[in-house]
Design a protein around this ligand. Structure first.
Ligand code: ATP
Length: 598
């Protein structure tokens, strides 16, 4: 299978690079100074123990199908573990088991229980074990849409709260809100604060966050926010920190730095780290053991054993598959019409903070683009110009600058009209999309025609810009929803369920009840349903399991987008782009706000 190949190749190719990047010499082991939960026992400890058990969802009895069967997993002190999974859901489920979110049967026996290392002296797993997850939220806390475009404009008062205040506001040492100004602190309190302050400064410097602390939180890019959440979790001093997909959304530069920091923390046990990785993530050099989660089973062992077994299995799977994939991009030399034409485009914030600098970029119909760039290089900002969400999309005027969308200056095309011409998948949209009870998959897909977030129209296919649809258009829309459901619905990814009726049943399910992966694939259907002239796919595979990714890649390559549609894929991973250079793929790279075609 493609991903297995990627995993094995990447792990061997990149490991040398990572090894070279690990800079440990000047690291202060935090364990020497932080001991809130630390035990003195020096014998080799067992950190996690799940002995030959089944794992169930809470509320399911032992006669129900377990999420995992016969799990035998022991993590000992000194080992470095990553959990990898072909499906994001299963990997996350195993990690959540460590937080007590799933039921282990029979339960790990006392006195040690699930965490033997916390038994002497007895400590509470609730305070000593933390999880930071970067997966999309499958269930929203509310049903309302929140305006994720707020960050692009003049920041509103309620959005002004800075990174320092929002994530680290509880700490007196940062002088944000002195909690106890009147009281004199004891010497030991002052010493502890100094230690935390050192850690904070060290981590924010190493993770490139120092210069961002006083920016509004909403202004931070995805990668910047993710790094800040990790620092916040470390400052709360857990003994075991479980990080689900810490590399997702991080660029090539930041990955080795973060991994180096995590390694340093892990070897000083402050905290120990267990990482969840996607199949396509390179396995860091310092990881010694893997728990591979696949088809309801957990294969745990040394890294070499597990990778070798997985590679052998992947080879067997690949031999069975026919890989007759047609090229979708025609080899014609003829240039299509310009869908986007940018000339000397700039985005500047307060205090002359320049985020995009003189961008020249033309996207033509039929083209496939890979938009690349480090965290914070301006990719999301650039996309928000294309979608017209960014207020500065209106201000690209003058004799030397312009932003033309669909052959018209941005100012001459209304935002609702733009929304109906562009299909978008992005982490911001996925997080913001309302999950209201009673709204079906069909209706969510149907919102894609008008680019809205609230279902409308008698058939759940919208009402168009004019507020009413002719019968022909309405029928075309209904047929299109059926088509994308056929192409991307469960009949294409749920093994053993090729029956078309399953798509029909799926279309009636509540969107809010779907898994994160299912929601992602529904939002992809929503982006494609109107056959928009421009398709923007930002972190499109997020949360999807392997079968869904394969189905979606196949669909995109084999007719899911037509020859006259333009597609831009934003991803830090070359392997994630459904097309290669051999298919005519073009690459545009942002570097510190400057753009170049590679
Ligand atoms: N309102 C704002 N004020 C100041 N700076 C901002 C504002 N909005 C965004 N930025 C900055 O613009 C830069 C580009 O952000 P953007 O989200 O476009 O990056 P990105 O390339 O998409 O990053 P990632 O890969 O992490 O998602 C970041 O450094 C960010 O902090």
């Amino acid at each position: 299978m493609l991903r297995a190949r990627v995993l094995v190749r990447e792990s061997s190719r990149k490991s040398a690079g990572y090894a070279a990047e690990f800079v440990l010499s000047c690291w202060t082991p935090y364990s020497r100074v932080l001991h809130r939960c630390y035990s003195d026992n020096n014998s080799v400890k067992t950190i996690v123990r799940i002995p030959q058990s089944n794992i169930y969802r809470f509320g399911d009895s032992n006669v129900a199908a377990p999420v995992f069967r016969d799990v035998d997993w022991t993590v000992n002190e000194g080992e470095s573990w990553a959990v990898i999974g072909s499906g994001s859901n299963q990997k996350t489920a195993l990690l959540r088991t460590l937080l007590g979110h799933l039921r282990i049967s029979p339960p790990p026996p006392p006195p040690g229980g699930l965490f033997p290392f916390l038994s002497d002296p007895p400590r509470d797993p609730h305070t000593c074990v933390s999880l930071v997850s970067f997966a999309h939220r499958p269930h929203a806390s509310g049903s309302a849409f929140y305006d994720y475009t707020a960050r692009y404009g003049a920041v509103r008062d309620e959005d002004r709260i800075t990174l320092r205040q929002s994530m680290f506001g509880e700490y007196d040492f940062l002088n944000v809100q002195p909690k106890d100004g009147s009281r004199n602190k004891s010497a030991s309190e002052i010493a502890q604060e100094q230690v935390k302050k050192d850690i904070f400064e060290d981590l924010t410097t190493r993770l490139g966050l120092s210069g961002l602390l006083d920016l509004p939180l909403v202004a931070l890019s995805n990668g910047q926010t993710r790094r800040a959440r990790i620092v916040k979790a470390i400052l709360s001093q857990p003994e075991l920190l479980v990080l689900d997909e810490p590399l997702t959304g991080l660029d090539f530069n930041n990955r080795p730095t973060l991994l180096s920091v995590l390694h340093s923390l892990h070897i000083s046990n402050s905290p120990r780290i267990i990482m969840g990785l996607r199949m396509q993530d390179p396995v860091p050099e310092w990881i010694t053991h893997l728990a591979l989660v696949k088809d309801g089973k957990v294969f745990a062992g040394t890294k070499d054993e597990v990778l070798a077994e997985y590679a052998a299995q992947a080879l067997r799977d690949e031999e069975k598959r026919s890989s007759n994939v047609s090229r979708i991009v025609s080899g014609t030399d003829e240039e299509g019409k310009a869908v986007v034409d940018m000339k000397n485009v700039n985005v500047i914030y307060e205090q002359k903070r320049k985020v995009l600098k003189g961008i020249d970029w033309t996207i033509r119909e039929g083209e496939r683009w890979h938009l690349q760039g480090h965290n914070g290089s301006g990719k999301t900002t650039l996309l928000s110009l294309l979608t017209g969400d960014h207020p500065q999309s209106y201000t690209q005027l003058g004799s030397t600058s312009h932003l033309h969308l669909f052959s018209r200056p941005r100012q001459r095309i209304s935002t609702p009209h733009l929304r109906s011409l562009i299909g978008v998948v992005s982490p911001e949209l996925a997080n913001a999309f309302p999950r209201r009870a009673g709204v079906s998959v069909w209706e969510v897909v149907g919102t894609g025609f008008d680019g809205t977030f609230v279902p409308g129209g008698a058939d759940g296919v919208g009402v168009g810009l004019e507020g009413a649809l002719s019968d022909d258009v309405r029928q075309w829309r209904v047929d299109r929803v059926r088509e994308v459901l056929k192409g991307l619905g469960p009949s294409s990814w749920a093994h053993g369920n090729e029956d078309a009726g399953i798509n029909d049943a799926f279309s009636k399910r509540d969107f809010a009840d779907l898994s994160a992966g299912e929601q992602s694939i529904v939002l992809l259907m929503r982006a494609l349903v109107s056959r928009p002239q421009l398709v923007l796919l930002d972190e499109v595979w997020s949360g999807m399991d392997d079968a869904m990714v394969q189905a979606a890649r196949r669909y995109l390559r084999e007719g899911g987008v037509e020859h006259d549609q333009a597609v831009v894929v934003i991803s830090h991973w070359e392997e994630e782009v459904p097309w290669g250079v051999e298919d005519g793929l073009k690459r545009f790279k942002l570097d510190n706000g400057f753009g170049t075609e590679l």
